[in-house]
Design a protein around this ligand. Structure first.
Ligand code: SAM
Length: 296
């Protein structure tokens, strides 16, 4: 695999995304690598709906922003074929290492992966037909500048398509665990980011998305609601589902710092909440997303 963008672009220690660089390279997010199969199964259907919206064609060039362990990158590589090209960028060394392994396993020569901050990386101007992201685009500390940077990487005929979360309240596959855990934790243990701060729900407000993308120079900005049933575990698997969800949601940071007894109590509280909704299909909660499209 050739690395024409950069194989190891230093990610800024003090730029607007410094906190996120630390977070996505920390032990709190290591489960995104170890649980890659399960997270792809969970997030894949919503991500695939956004890929269908992007509708990439053979021989096109795609930039996958915040590609993580590469699930969507591999799918784009299949769709654009050997004549096309997919560039996956991410600030997380650990997740990109897993993506690299998977690209090699598939033998996809049409993929380039780079450790890079998509908000500031000097992409080839007008180099891409598509910019895409599956939940990797909500973490910019300076979002207007970041999206402006991405816009300049699109051909004039190109299009950006991304999947982002609607509100925490609508995304019960994340919020149910947080609500169950809160009574056991100090008030400030799970800080709620402000509406303008980077994080999973930073693009939940459609007016904010329109404002940011508009100020970044995008036009024809459209948001379409996409709901998905998120299955965290099978029938009777409340404990397993609690263990799973606690490793990728906002409670991960908290969990790592707890003593074993407190950790068990937290898992048990979340499992109890899941038992209330356990049904014939198991523990199925709501995923609420926007599929956003825009042109440069
Ligand atoms: C919620 S994860 C999603 C990962 C992957 N797209 C998936 O769906 O499995 C968010 C990803 O965005 C990446 N990310 C956050 N800020 C970024 C930035 N400024 N530039 C590139 N990647 C970023 C993180 O490192 C992480 O891999």
């Amino acid at each position: 695999m050739e690395d024409e963008v950069s194989s190891n672009e230093p990610t800024s220690d003090d730029g607007p995304n410094a906190r996120m660089v630390r977070y996505w390279n920390s032990s709190a997010t290591a489960p995104w690598v170890t649980l890659q199969d399960r997270l792809d199964a969970l997030l894949g259907p919503a991500g695939d709906a956004a890929i269908r919206e992007a509708n990439p064609k053979s021989a096109e060039h795609v930039l996958d922003v915040g590609c993580g362990c590469g699930g969507s990158t591999l799918e784009f590589a299949r769709l654009v074929g050997k004549l096309g090209h997919v560039t996956g960028v991410d600030i997380s060394d650990q997740m990109l290492a897993r993506a690299r392994e998977r690209v090699v396993e598939k033998g996809f020569a049409q993929v380039t992966l780079a450790v890079a901050d998509a908000g500031s990386f000097a992409f080839e101007p007008a180099g891409f037909d598509h910019i895409y992201s599956r939940l990797g685009i909500m973490f910019f500390g300076a979002p207007v500048a970041a999206f402006d940077n991405l816009r300049s990487a699109l051909k004039t005929s190109g299009r950006m398509t991304f999947l982002c979360c609607r509100t925490a309240a609508e995304n019960t596959y994340i919020s149910t665990a947080v609500q169950a855990a809160r009574p056991l934790l100090p008030n400030d243990a799970v800080p709620i980011p402000g509406p303008d701060e980077p994080g999973m729900f930073s693009l939940a407000n459609p007016s904010r998305v329109q404002d940011i993308l508009g100020r970044a120079g995008f036009r024809q900005i459209e948001l379409r609601r996409h709901d998905e049933r998120m299955r965290l575990g099978g029938p009777g698997e409340a404990i397993e589902a609690a263990n799973f969800s606690l490793q990728f949601g906002p409670l991960t940071r908290v969990l790592n710092d707890l003593k074993p007894a407190a950790r068990e109590a937290l898992i048990s509280a979340v499992a109890n909440a899941y038992r209330q909704i356990d049904g014939p299909e198991g523990i199925v909660l709501q995923g609420a997303f926007w599929i956003v499209t825009a042109r440069p």
